[in-house]
Each structure stands twice: as structure tokens, then as C-alpha cells.
Write a protein that binds this ligand. Structure first.
Ligand code: HH2
Length: 266
């Protein structure tokens, strides 16, 4: 498979406090323009979120999150193959699905809101189940695992089973190891090496390394200077079997994939 067969998921953060682009796209007009740019640059999916999940982030009330996300989803629906909504609240997910989203990206893997599983099942939506140890306020306090890859794989298998038991079609589920969510640098690096093992679960693997702090802790770079590390980890993940890459810098990522394919085909 060519790495350019992968889907790029462009990040649209309609927030004041996201870790790398907080405040840049809080106004719906700028978020919509940014989403259009990412679509033109090669994003097949746009992931629209109204609540930061960075370590220590303060929770956002549902009505505020909905106010941020809904007009942006409505304007971008149809611009790309699919819109996902990055939320763990069923009311926000429902409004986004009504506005044209077709995928729910729930970083709590259906553990955050008891209404979420039934909503996704009833609407026949796509579902991203992500691994997170703890919650964003506490997740980076001394994360510990025995075998991180095995534990994340078992967690994802169990969450997939719970989703299917609640009526979600297995074929609608994507799995994500949750890079940076309750993990040390070493855990993140091990998970990147462990993608083939996660892929044995039989569902597409989505991966988000974009601009994350494990890159900065590896080379000392600041948040706005981690494109090289993002591309390196994303390409390695693609070659190891990841199917969807969640990135902020779609144009640069698409270029890297095209060039890698040209080399692989030579
Ligand atoms: N990472 C972030 C947010 N949502 N969803 C999935 N499925 N996987 C991820 O790795 C992931 C995610 C964090 O990135 P960002 O949205 O840029 O930051 P913030 O949460 O501060 O808005």
C-alpha cells in the first residue's frame, strides 16, 4: 500500500487554549477559512473540536462547546469526505451530527458521557476510540504501565467490545493509542513502535503525534517548531500500518507522503 492511501485528518481547534494553536481559530470565520485551507491541502477529514484536551486543560461547558463547534461543522460539511467532531459530550456530538459531521472522535472512548454510545449507534456514525490514562487534568501525573503496548491494545479491544455491545457497528470503529494522553516520552515512543501489534485488533489505527510534547522532549524544540518530528513519526507510523494521521500541518504532511511513495515506487 502506498502511504498516500492513508487519510489525513486536519485539526480545526475552535478553542482559546489548545496547546499549539489555541486562540488562532476561535472565531468561526477564521476556523472555517482554516478548514477550507486544510481541505485544499489534502485533508480527507476535518476534526473540529471546541474543547482542549491538553494536560491540565479546564473543562468547557456543553453550551459553550456547542456554540464554538456547530457553525464550523455546518460550514465545512461537504468540503471534505467527512467531518469528525472531537468531543466527549453527547449533546455536542448530536448537534455536530445534525450539522453534517459523520464521525465522533471521543478521547474518552465512550467512558465520558453515558449517552454517547447510544447516540453513535442510533446515528450509524463513525467512532474513534482513543486510549487515555486518567483525564486531561491528571493524566500526566506519573503515568505507569507494565507493558504499555499490550495494555493499550487490551484497553482498545475492551472499549471496542463495549461499543459493539451498545450497538455501534464494528466496521465504523477506528482505534487510537492516544499519543500524549497519560504517557511518558518512553511510553509514546514504544507505542509508535507497537503499531503493528495494535493493528492486529483488525480496525484502522488513527494516530495523532502532531506537535506533541514528546517531540520537544526528544530534541528540545518548542511547540511551534515540531513539524520535522511530526512528519518523521507520522511516516514511520504509516509504514507500520497506521491508516489515519491526525495533523495540524496537512500540506507538509501530504508532500512528505507523496515523496515517500515516489521513492518506494522507484
Ligand atoms: N490529540 C489531541 C486532541 N484530540 N483525538 C484523537 N483521536 N487523537 C489524538 O491524538 C488527539 C485527539 C490533542 O491535539 P490538539 O487538538 O491540537 O490539542 P488540544 O487538545 O489542546 O486542543
Amino acid at each position: 500500500m502506498a502511504v498516500s492511501d492513508l487519510k489525513l485528518m486536519g485539526v480545526v481547534n475552535v478553542t482559546p487554549d489548545s496547546f499549539s494553536d489555541g486562540g488562532l481559530y476561535l472565531d468561526p470565520t477564521s476556523a472555517i477559512a482554516h478548514g477550507r485551507e486544510l481541505a485544499e491541502a489534502g485533508a480527507a477529514i476535518l476534526d473540529v473540536g471546541g474543547e482542549s484536551t491538553r494536560p491540565g486543560a479546564a473543562p468547557v461547558a456543553a453550551d459553550e462547546e456547542l456554540r464554538r463547534v456547530e457553525p464550523v461543522v455546518a460550514a465545512l460539511a461537504g468540503v471534505v469526505e467527512a467531518i469528525s467532531v472531537d468531543t466527549s459530550k453527547a449533546t455536542v456530538a448530536e448537534a455536530a451530527l445534525d450539522a453534517g459531521a459523520s464521525i465522533v472522535n471521543d478521547v474518552t472512548a465512550l467512558r465520558g458521557d453515558p449517552e454517547m454510545a447510544a447516540l453513535v449507534a442510533d446515528r450509524g456514525a463513525g467512532l474513534v476510540l482513543m486510549h487515555m490514562a486518567g483525564d486531561p487534568r491528571t493524566m500526566q501525573v506519573n503515568p505507569e504501565y507494565g507493558d504499555v503496548v499490550a495494555e493499550v491494545r487490551d484497553f482498545l479491544a475492551a472499549r471496542m467490545e463495549a461499543a459493539v455491545a451498545a450497538g455501534v457497528e464494528e466496521s465504523h470503529i477506528w482505534l487510537d493509542p492516544g499519543i500524549g494522553f497519560g504517557k511518558t516520552v518512553a511510553h509514546n515512543l514504544e507505542l509508535l513502535r507497537g503499531i503493528p501489534e495494535l493493528a492486529t485488533l483488525g480496525r484502522p489505527i488513527l494516530l495523532g503525534t502532531s506537535r506533541k510534547s514528546f517531540i520537544g522532549r526528544t530534541d528540545g524544540s518548542e511547540t511551534d517548531d515540531r513539524l520535522g518530528g511530526t512528519i518523521a513519526t507520522s511516516i514511520l507510523a504509516a509504514l507500520a500500518g497506521a491508516a489515519v494521521l491526525r495533523v495540524h500541518d496537512v500540506r507538509e504532511m501530504a508532500q512528505a507522503m507523496t515523496v515517500v511513495d515516489a521513492v518506494l515506487a522507484a
